[in-house]
Write a protein that binds this ligand. Structure first.
Ligand code: GLV
Ligand code: MN
Ligand code: MN
Length: 397
């Protein structure tokens, strides 16, 4: 399964993946998933926006869902998302091979546009599914070429009128997401698999710096109103403030107008991703960066407007479920480490919506993620499948 999926949408130059929501590569990966579900006789249940859960039925009541996402960041790695989907299918295979008969249904899920790499909203599919993002707002989101989600869905053959709170939510008695670790916590602990304690709060903010386009050769330095300078100073301020606060701040996306070598730009738009262990720190970090941006703007004769595009609070996974999984994992991972993560996940959205939720992490030897270099060793991935099968058995017995 891993080898088949790894071929879909792989960039021959970078070795990374460009599987934004509803792009051809993401759709091909999704077709691969539905074929896998069909070949196992799992009953596929899509919701309005295209989240998929494939059920190993055991009665018609609510069931335990596991899975992750098949979309990627721009030039992402093979593991972030797909590892959780492939491991879920492999865990079902192992449980069936061992003759396990679940007392409640087990569902394998693939949730759309988790990264928000196309429409800018992280966990888009799960947010809509739980009602945290109203359908009307979601459908108006646009990608970089101005295509709305509404029209992307229509082009993919999905009726936008069906987008809204998902019936799948009612059917989830618990959700477990297995994910490649996106740091070095497990390397340091020496374990192949760990259990999540919490997800850091996270905000995405659009900074629009405006100035005045002018000639690069003739405009005196003191006559310029250059928004690039305001942006550059803001990026440095973000780095400094995040270090001071023990937080994370990243400007990873910038767009410049008119984007010409020989013109002072008229506008720079940059997106800040800010995270910390608690929301108060994210807020004070944003305040400090915004203040420094404003101060610099008044020196540069530019303007800056900051807009929050998404803000996610801290997620503390249920301690009882977390401890239960640590115990269930004992035969494969003795004393599984319990660790927080700075990465966002659909599991966080489901947890915040009241679904008992847990996460398993598989060791990442370098900690690198959101990059073609993201990696996990096959033995660790197989330990992850074993651990997931144990967890599912425990919850579905
Ligand atoms: C998703 O992986 C995120 O944390 O941005
Ligand atoms: Mn990711
Ligand atoms: Mn992910």
């Amino acid at each position: 399964m891993w080898a088949e999926l790894a071929r879909i949408g792989k960039d021959p130059d970078s070795g990374g993946y460009h599987r934004g929501g509803w792009t051809p590569a993401e759709r091909a990966a999704t077709h691969w998933f539905t074929d896998q579900c069909a070949s196992r006789g799992l009953r596929l249940e899509p919701d309005g926006i295209g989240n998929l859960v494939a059920w190993w039925d055991a009665g018609s009541g609510p069931g335990v869902v596991t899975g992750s996402h098949l979309d990627s960041v721009i030039d992402g790695g093979a593991f972030d998302g797909p590892l959780g989907v492939v491991s879920a299918l492999a865990a079902v295979d192992r449980m069936r091979a061992a003759g396990f008969e679940p007392r409640v249904p087990i569902g394998v899920g693939a949730f759309v546009e988790e990264e928000g790499s196309r429409f800018g909203m992280p966990c888009l599919g799960s947010r809509v599914a739980v009602g945290a993002l109203p359908a009307a707002r979601a459908l108006d989101l646009t990608d970089r070429s101005g295509t709305t989600l509404r029209s992307a869905l229509a082009s993919a053959g999905t009726d936008p009128a069906g987008v809204g709170v998902s019936p799948l939510l009612e059917r989830m008695s618990a959700f477990i997401e297995l994910h490649v670790e996106q740091g070095r916590g497990l390397v340091d602990s020496g374990a192949a698999v760990g259990v999540a304690s919490s997800i850091w709060p996270h905000g995405r903010y659009r900074f629009e710096f405006t100035g005045e386009a002018n000639h690069a050769g003739t405009t005196l330095m003191e006559d310029r109103r250059d928004p690039m300078l305001t942006y550059a100073t803001t990026a440095l301020a973000a780095n400094k403030q995040a270090r001071l606060a023990g937080a994370r701040a990243t400007f990873g996306r910038v767009s410049v107008e008119p984007n010409g070598t020989n013109a002072v730009p008229s506008r720079v738009t940059a997106w800040l991703d800010a995270r910390a262990a608690d929301s108060a720190t994210v807020e004070s970090l944003l305040e400090a960066i915004t203040r420094q941006a404003g101060e610099r703007a008044s020196r540069d004769g530019t303007e800056v407007v900051v807009t929050a595009e998404s803000v996610s609070p801290v997620v503390d996974f249920q301690p009882a479920l977390r401890d239960r999984l640590v115990e269930a994992l004992e035969p494969v991972v003795p004393k599984a480490p319990v660790l927080p993560t700075g990465a966002g996940h659909d599991a966080g959205i489901f947890s915040a919506a009241g679904v008992p939720t847990a996460m398993l992490f598989v060791r990442n030897p370098t900690g690198v993620s959101h990059s073609p270099a993201e990696h996990a060793e096959m033995d660790d991935c197989l330990a992850g499948v074993e651990a997931l099968a144990l967890a599912l058995k425990d919850l579905a017995s």
